[in-house]
Design a protein around this ligand. Structure first.
Ligand SMILES: Cc1ncc(COP(=O)(O)O)c(C=O)c1O
Length: 351
């Protein structure tokens, strides 16, 4: 396949992606834990399928649309690790359960009852993970009492079954004060909730948590059974300080469209690269500054000769999820060669 892809273009180095997936598998091997890769990272079924096998039997999704795209691509086990409360969407979730094993998070009995009603009319059963607020103070039940009450509501609702617990601690960066204590505290909440549920007579086969930033802690913790890490497969530059065995696999490829003595302008603007974690990192040059506008990245160089006009110029994006969501397709490379092109099928599927 021609390497002269039109720019700006999203590119994944499949060699690095596969090495990241293999590195995750060797971290988890013998841990007794399951990996459930979070595919919000790339919304791309062809990448998701290549994360499965070994410790990973199904995927985690953030939205119903993501789950639909994954099931349509043949993935038969999905968790929606997010609250869904409206009847229309819960009907779609129940529809999905005709074709795949579907589990969804909940923090309120109303959502469980609505889901149960939709499941019953279709003759399907869905798993429900009780979402526990462990650190983020976003969704999730706020107390053990609420968790126990929700477990009882789930057990009493036809069409659903209690699958276990989940609690997402968020991205816990190395710079977070009392980091280890905070992560241990989050897992302690999950342990206490699990013990209380078991005490109340419920089975809790799954305790799902963690992202790439808390991977080591979650592997070491005896309560966590399932890990929802996502970005490990493509890696973000800000996580490279964490001494994890993953490398950055994604770039946004541009073209030098204007060349000056001290800077070049590349056709990679904020319409094609996520900036929440800072500007994209230019590859192969020493830059003193990168500023990004809608369609342009202006790269000021530190003495290096500016690349020639019309040459290709790669950036490593800081924020993978937003970057993928800005592209219809991802080009697949191995080293310097482009070998394939896959649709970012669930791009824009936030509903
Ligand atoms: C609920 C949930 N679990 C897991 C993850 C995965 O985290 P990461 O992509 O940092 O590995 C996310 C990411 O935002 C998430 O929202």
């Amino acid at each position: 396949m021609t390497q002269l892809i039109s720019t700006p273009a999203l590119v994944v180095d499949l060699d690095i992606f596969e090495a990241n997936v293999a590195a995750m598998e060797s971290m988890l091997r013998d841990s007794g834990k399951t990996l459930r890769p979070h595919v919000k990272t790339h919304r791309t079924p062809e990448l998701a399928k290549r994360q499965l096998g070994g410790s990973a039997r199904g995927v985690t999704c953030a939205t119903v649309g993501e789950a639909e795209a994954m099931v349509a691509a043949g993935i038969d086990d999905v968790v929606i690790a997010n609250e869904v409360v409206d009847e229309g969407k819960l009907a779609r979730v129940a529809d999905l359960a005709r074709r795949a094993k579907v589990t969804i998070a909940a923090d309120h009995p109303d959502a469980v009852r609505t889901l149960g009603g939709q499941a019953k009319t279709r003759g399907v059963t869905l798993g429900v993970l009780i979402d526990v607020d462990v650190l983020l103070h976003r969704c999730g039940v706020a107390s053990i009492e609420e968790a126990v009450a929700l477990a009882t509501a789930i057990e009493r609702t036809p069409g659903v079954r209690l699958a276990g617990l989940m609690g997402y601690e968020g991205r816990v960066r190395l710079s977070v004060e009392n980091r280890s204590k905070k992560i241990a505290g989050a897992y302690r909440i999950l342990k206490d909730a699990r013990d209380a549920l078991i005490q109340a007579g419920h089975e809790v086969p799954v305790v799902s948590a963690a992202g790439t930033s808390t991977l080591r802690e979650s592997i070491a913790d005896p309560t966590i059974t399932e890990i929802q890490a996502g970005v490990y497969c493509l890696m973000e530059p800000e996580l490279l300080v964490m001494d994890l065995p993953f490398k950055c696999a994604t770039s946004v490829r541009g073209t030098v469209i204007s060349r000056h003595a001290d800077r070049v302008v590349v056709d990679v603007g904020r319409r094609v690269v996520g900036l929440e974690y800072g500007p994209p990192i230019p590859v192969g040059v020493h830059a003193t500054k990168v500023s990004v506008s809608d369609e342009h990245a202006t790269v000021t160089l530190d003495g290096t000769a500016p690349p020639r006009l019309g040459s290709r110029f790669d950036f490593i994006p800081g924020q993978i999820r937003t970057t993928f969501n800005l592209h219809d397709r991802v080009w697949i490379g191995r080293g310097d060669e482009i070998v394939d092109c896959w649709p970012v099928t669930a791009r824009g599927s936030s509903q």
